[in-house]
Write a protein that binds this ligand. Structure first.
Ligand SMILES: Cc1ncc(COP(=O)(O)O)c(C=O)c1O
Length: 367
């Protein structure tokens, strides 16, 4: 039986779980914006003004000024024509793939074998034929396309931008070239990349300096951006397709308090690029420390690092030893974590160098 953890504070470098304060490396609030006073005050004001939610869909009377504003400023943040704000990042993938169907943009799906659950749901719900390709492997992708795509059929390539467990950045330039050769499109779930990578925090496409009409991406406000809900920035026609879809007229939108938090989080990140630089520095400090312990991690500035030991029991014991020292990392069973699971460490921009070094020191004692 998995232990039950109760989070009894906002997530941050210090987080209270089951009544105890931990140095917390277990979440995705990459800039601790969910615990930021300005963000919380904006959400509280919106809650007082607009109530719990509009209790009506966007296509009826449920659009509040904050929902409109969050979309307008998300379009600016991501340098796109428009954006749509949804109830969750999970829903973003489903809504996007349904829009591609309505716009008749593809015939067959090719999806990374460890792409997130939400991308897999999106593929399944599309009722289209779907093939998996080896993780982050453009050669295998092209092999699968050559084998399975019939003449005149167009592929939809689906991947995460940053994979939540390995923290690997997908090779989007290669995927995009393949999408172009086969007259298809590329969909990227950028839940862990929005706000985190790219010069302006615009995610994986900006990280690679890619712009293309065949490249689409979406993500979440619930991680780096400090708010809550899904977000898809993009060209007008695509965004309008989603805004007119069943995901909008058959569903209550996110609360205005969540919109206010997301809006404030985005504004803070936009005005303070040094926060992203601090996050990248922390990511490098963590990875250098892990390398010194002999743990194989990549050299990117992604603030996620995962590794496995030879058995689940060994990982469970290490996790427990760290907890005894008030350090919390994740022992996780998740897509991409392998059969026995992984130990996953995430740094925030708000972790101090001492907290990261302390983690490395304690890890080294108990590995
Ligand atoms: C890659 C990825 N996509 C989508 C989601 C879902 O986003 P949300 O929590 O906003 O539903 C997550 C995690 O929560 C994720 O890791």
């Amino acid at each position: 039986m998995r232990p039950t953890y109760l989070m009894e504070s906002a997530p941050g470098a210090l987080t209270i779980i089951n009544g105890k304060e931990f140095i917390y490396f277990g979440g995705t609030s990459y800039f601790e914006l969910h615990n930021n006073k300005e963000v919380i005050n904006a959400a509280a004001e919106a809650l007082k003004k607009y109530g719990i939610n509009s209790s009506s869909s966007r296509t009826s009377y449920g659009t509040t000024p904050l929902l409109v504003q969050v979309e307008k400023e998300a379009a600016e943040f991501f340098d796109c024509e428009d954006a749509v704000y949804l109830a969750s990042g999970f829903l973003s993938d489903i809504a996007a793939v349904q829009a591609f169907i309505n716009m008749n943009l593809f015939d067959v799906i090719f999806i990374d074998e460890i792409s997130h659950y939400s991308n897999n749901y999106a593929a399944k719900l599309s009722c289209k034929i779907s093939h998996k390709f080896s993780h982050a492997d453009p050669i295998d992708l092209e092999k699968k396309i050559k084998k399975n795509l019939k003449p005149r059929e167009r592929p939809l390539i689906i991947s995460d931008g940053i994979f939540p467990i390995p923290g690997k950045i997908a090779p989007l330039p290669d995927y995009l070239k393949i999408a172009e050769i086969y007259n298809g499109i590329l969909w990227v779930d950028d839940a862990h990349a929005f706000g985190v990578i790219g010069e302006n925090g615009r995610g994986t496409a900006e990280h690679y300096n890619l712009k293309s009409e065949q490249l689409y991406s979406g993500g979440t406000m619930s991680k780096a951006l400090g708010g809550f809900g899904g977000i898809i920035p993009g060209r007008k026609e695509f965004i309008e397709e989603i805004k007119q879809s069943q995901t909008q007229y058959g569903s209550t939108p996110p609360p205005s308090s969540a919109a206010a938090a997301s809006l404030t989080g985005m504004r803070i990140l936009k005005a303070n690029p040094q926060m992203r630089i601090k996050l990248w520095e922390n990511a490098v400090r963590l990875k250098n420390g892990l390398k010194k312990l002999g743990i194989d991690v990549d050299d990117t500035n992604v603030p996620i690092a995962s590794f496995s030991l030879s058995s689940y029991e060994k990982m469970r014991r290490l996790h427990e030893k760290l907890m005894e020292k008030n350090i919390l990392i994740q022992l996780i069973n998740y897509v991409g974590a392998g059969e026995s699971g992984s130990l996953r460490i995430v740094v925030f921009s708000t972790h101090t160098a001492e907290q990261i070094d302390h983690l490395i020191f304690e890890l080294g004692k108990h590995l």
